[in-house]
Design a protein around this ligand. Sequence first.
Ligand SMILES: [Zn+2]
Length: 54
Amino acid sequence: MPSIRHSDVELRCICCGDPFVYSAGEQELFALRGLLREPHECPTCRKLLGHRWN
Ligand SMILES: [Zn+2]
């Protein structure tokens, strides 16, 4: 299994426009779940929107 080295990236939320950090740990978690795209909302907006990430 190839190991991908993730690093923290800063993204901008499309919902509130605030920058947020998409951490290496989150990227690994997303990859494990088969989610390869970057999140478009900050964690706060994700919660408000009621997204389920599983
Ligand atoms: Zn937001």
